[in-house]
Design a binder for this molecule. Sequence first.
Ligand SMILES: [Zn+2]
Length: 161
Amino acid sequence: MRQESLSLEEFQQKFATEEGCQEHLFRMRWPEGYKCPRCTHDRYYYHRSRDLYECKACRYQVTLTAGTVFHGTRTSLRKWFWVIFLMARPKSGVSMLSLQRMLKIKSYKTVWMMGHKIRKAMAARDSHYKLAGLVEMDDSYFGGKVSRAKKEEAPWAKVKS
Ligand SMILES: [Zn+2]
């Protein structure tokens, strides 16, 4: 199922909050709802303070960002998503320096590392370097799979921590 690239405005609305970005990531990671990576159980506890999902059956703990380019980052997902979005736009020619200024990312080193990881993920299609479906590697369009997500209550809204 194909979808046109998101416009700037659509992107802005969709990923306006950190929660919106987490929701997107959650759906990319667990399209059918949470599933424990170890035992496939579907119930979990969410530990907000550490942003951890813990399996109710086997107690395995996993973060939303594990196995993605966002793993271990201290930069907000919002800023990450913007960098990916802007880098993925065809012929955008946007420089990392201008991204740093636009998104108010503190150090150039940080934005440089982000760009490095994103480029690597785009080039390698490495499953351990997923871009959360933000970029379809074939034609650099955004979020095609998300449109099929069920319009039901967000999975994490049910979570009790
Ligand atoms: Zn489990």
